[in-house]
Design a protein around this ligand. Structure first.
Ligand code: URA
Length: 189
């Protein structure tokens, strides 16, 4: 499957019940040539209405976090574990995550990133390890199929609990070093 076919099929997906209540499938945003991907949890209200990831309050903080690592929506790819909004912003159920995962897995295969940054516990548990502990393991690195994975606190968690911001700032600084080392073309512009 090429990118366009993947996107068209994904936009018509009815693999789980979230399709009944969505306004838009939030496929993802950024260049398909990106070497860095960021993966959140699932669309919220604003994202569902606009069809774009991280455009609400958490998205504004994410944009500021990206600028710390000299990233923007132009040089990284942003997507979510589930592409349709869970009602009332509840955590996506495992059955929904599993139904949606083939889309993300195919996006990762086609993009072929060097680095994947999980935003929060849900993405880390799906992409790194089922029993991932964000409080203990944020900022550490894991290799899978030649790709480097790490996780940081979700921007919504940082909005709720600003005390976690200094450690996230430190995580971001070392992520920037890792990008410089493994994906320098990200900063080539
Ligand atoms: N939270 C997420 O995890 N993803 C979004 O796209 C928006 C908020």
């Amino acid at each position: 499957m090429d990118w366009n076919e993947l996107k068209q099929k994904c936009l018509a997906c009815r693999a789980c019940a979230l399709c009944e209540t969505r306004h838009n499938v939030v496929f993802g945003i950024g260049p398909e040539t990106a070497k860095v991907m960021l993966i959140g949890e699932g669309p919220g209200e604003q994202e569902d209405l606009r069809g774009e990831p991280f455009v609400g309050a958490a998205g504004q903080l994410l944009d500021r976090m990206l600028s710390i690592v000299d990233l923007s929506r132009r040089n990284c790819y942003i997507a979510n574990i589930v592409k349709c909004r869970p009602p009332h912003n509840r955590d996506p159920l495992l059955i929904e995550q599993d139904a949606c995962y083939p889309w993300l897995s195919e996006q990762i295969r086609l993009i072929d990133p060097k680095i994947v940054i999980c935003l929060g516990r849900i993405a880390a548990m799906k992409l790194i390890r089922e029993d991932f502990r964000i409080t203990r393991e944020h900022g550490t690195w894991f290799e899978k199929d030649g790709v480097q994975y790490t996780a940081i606190y979700h921007p919504s968690a940082l909005l709720r609990d600003p005390a976690r911001r200094p450690e996230t700032f430190r995580d971001l600084l070392q992520i920037r070093e890792r990008i410089r080392e493994l994906a320098p073309e990200t900063y080539a512009e």
